[in-house]
Design a protein around this ligand. Structure first.
Ligand code: COS
Length: 387
């Protein structure tokens, strides 16, 4: 999709619909049958990563000149929604591919783009975005990981926390304090740290409630030396690199939330048509059909907001931060609400691992937390409406 239309309007192209339908079919045939096992074994789905590479899905976040599809944020988020209907962990592979490479796509030098983006677009390699720290989650300006200049090089020391794709990523985009006195607006800088740099190691790997197929943990930087060309953007501009990235990538979380919400709605509706109690399908009881009605309505509303926010990001419109935060807030809360309701519709079956909705409920929770808690999204939206 080209991102040039000057208004709030959008419409889906035939190509977008065809791609969505292709992914929908692939998800039914290849992703859904793997989802329970990926969760139970906390297994990174290398097989599905290979499949997505073959289908060119990792090209979705990238411009054509770097081997990507050049189809924009809306198309990527349509894909993330489809995959999340069946497996949020698998969708996270697409989300991280965007999140960890946006700092380079948006702020990198031509040389950095040439070096990294084609390999990311083909799916040959994957990135990670290392912003949070044990003492700096919602307030990344309070980070303490530091980079100090030593001649032509930089030396990084510190530990990041809750980093998606830990141990899988080929490089980490690491945000570091480079000027302690300058404050976070101008004292933080972003760097590319390749996984094989001396002094880099993987610390704690988290045991999580959900998204178990995607490893999360602590990258540790112990006197990691980098050449100056590994700096992303200007020295001191790292906080803006992080915020500018999150404006785009929070829509991936919105799409993941929407996918979970729609997947739960579809599953609960199909179940309610089959499951009989008191001599008729439970869908015939208003107590159930009204739940399904609310769930479906939420998805329709969330999708409109996500699509509109996505085209705003593609068009770089001035209110895109607010829309991105609103789409993330709405769709992640929807994921939680619909997944809880789906468990309720399935009753005892909803609570056991034989059925997918308990997994989807566990997976939903993270969408209210990562890439900025929903309290932070409200802060961003609140500032926008009162400034
Ligand atoms: N795009 C570009 N620049 C931005 C920006 C954005 N979306 N948001 C803020 N900035 C800039 C500001 O303009 C300001 O620059 P100047 O001082 O030059 O004017 C600078 O960044 C600092 O902004 P601000 O004072 O608003 O920073 P705060 O410390 O108040 O933090 C929030 C703002 C809360 C929005 C930010 O800390 C945040 O997003 N927190 C959540 C982090 C997060 O998502 N963590 C999850 C980890 S990633 S998985």
């Amino acid at each position: 999709m080209t991102a040039t239309a000057p208004t709030d309007q959008y419409s889906l192209t035939d190509e977008q619909i065809a791609l969505r339908d292709m992914i929908r079919q692939v998800v039914i045939e290849r992703v859904a049958p793997r989802a329970a096992e990926i969760d139970a074994k906390a297994e990174y789905p290398w097989d599905l990563r290979e499949l997505f590479s073959e289908l060119n899905l990792f090209g979705l976040p990238f411009a054509e000149e770097y081997g990507g599809t050049g189809t924009g944020t809306l198309t990527l988020n349509m894909a993330i929604e489809e995959v999340s209907k069946a497996c949020a962990s698998t969708a996270l592979m697409l989300m991280v591919q965007e999140l960890g490479s946006l700092p380079i796509s948006l702020f990198g030098t031509d040389e950095q783009k040439q070096t990294w983006l084609p390999k990311l677009a083909s799916g040959q390699i994957s990135p990670a975005f290392a912003l949070s720290e044990p003492e700096a989650g919602s307030d990344p300006g309070g980070m303490i990981t530091r980079a100090e200049r030593d001649g032509d090089e930089w030396v990084i020391n510190g530990t990041k926390n809750w980093i998606s794709n830990i141990g899988i990523a080929d490089f980490y985009v690491v945000f570091c304090v480079t000027d302690r006195d300058a404050g976070h607006s101008s004292g933080i800088t972003a760097f590319i740290v390749e996984k094989d740099r001396e002094g880099f190691s993987v610390g704690n790997i988290e045991h999580k409630l959900g998204i178990k197929g995607s490893p999360t943990g602590q990258p540790i930087f112990d006197d990691v030396r980098l050449p100056a060309e590994n700096m992303i953007g200007e020295e001191g501009h790292g906080f803006k690199v992080a915020m500018g990235t999150l404006d785009h990538s929070r829509l991936g979380v919105a799409a993941q939330g929407l996918g979970i919400a729609q997947g739960c709605t579809d599953y609960a509706a199909a179940y309610a048509k089959e499951r009989k109690q008191f001599g008729k399908p439970i869908a015939a009881f208003q107590a159930i059909s009204f739940k399904l009605a609310d769930m479906e309505t939420g998805c329709a509303a969330g999708r409109e907001l996500l699509y509109k926010a996505s085209v705003k990001v593609d068009r770089n419109e001035p209110d895109m931060s607010k829309y991105s935060a609103m789409a993330k807030l709405f769709n992640s809360d929807l994921a939680m609400r619909n997944s809880i309701e789906a468990v309720q519709v399935l009753g005892g079956y909803g609570y056991v691992t034989e059925y997918p909705v308990e997994r989807m409920m566990r997976d939903a929770k993270i969408t209210q937390i990562y890439e900025g808690t929903n309290e932070i999204q409200r802060l961003v939206i609140g500032r926008a409406v009162t400034s």
